[in-house]
Ligand binder design. Structure first.
Ligand SMILES: [Zn+2]
Ligand SMILES: [Zn+2]
Length: 89
């Protein structure tokens, strides 16, 4: 565990490689279970996310601080900031 920037970090860009080579495929995690989003088996998670706010940051897998008001939710990652959305009634 470290806070050294890496290619998947949205706040980090290397001017030498920017536009020259395709960006490294972003490391993404399931917002519901926190496992790699590239692995199969998230159909239940996708369904759950329609009715519940996310639990994990999809970029760094930190647990999100979620507040919700009615169907609107706001989730805050310590590193990547705030995201918001709404759930199905
Ligand atoms: Zn999942
Ligand atoms: Zn994050």
């Amino acid at each position: 565990m470290s806070d050294i920037p890496y290619a998947a970090d949205s706040g980090y860009s290397d001017p030498d490689t920017l536009g020259a080579i395709p960006p490294v495929v972003a490391a993404t995690y399931c917002a519901h279970c926190g496992r790699s989003a590239n692995k199969a088996g998230h159909s239940a998670c996708t369904q759950a996310l329609a009715t519940t706010p996310p639990t994990y940051c999809t970029t760094c897998r930190r647990e999100l601080a979620v507040t919700s008001e009615g169907q609107q939710w706001t989730a805050t990652c310590k590193k990547h900031g705030e995201s918001s959305g709404s759930v199905a009634a």
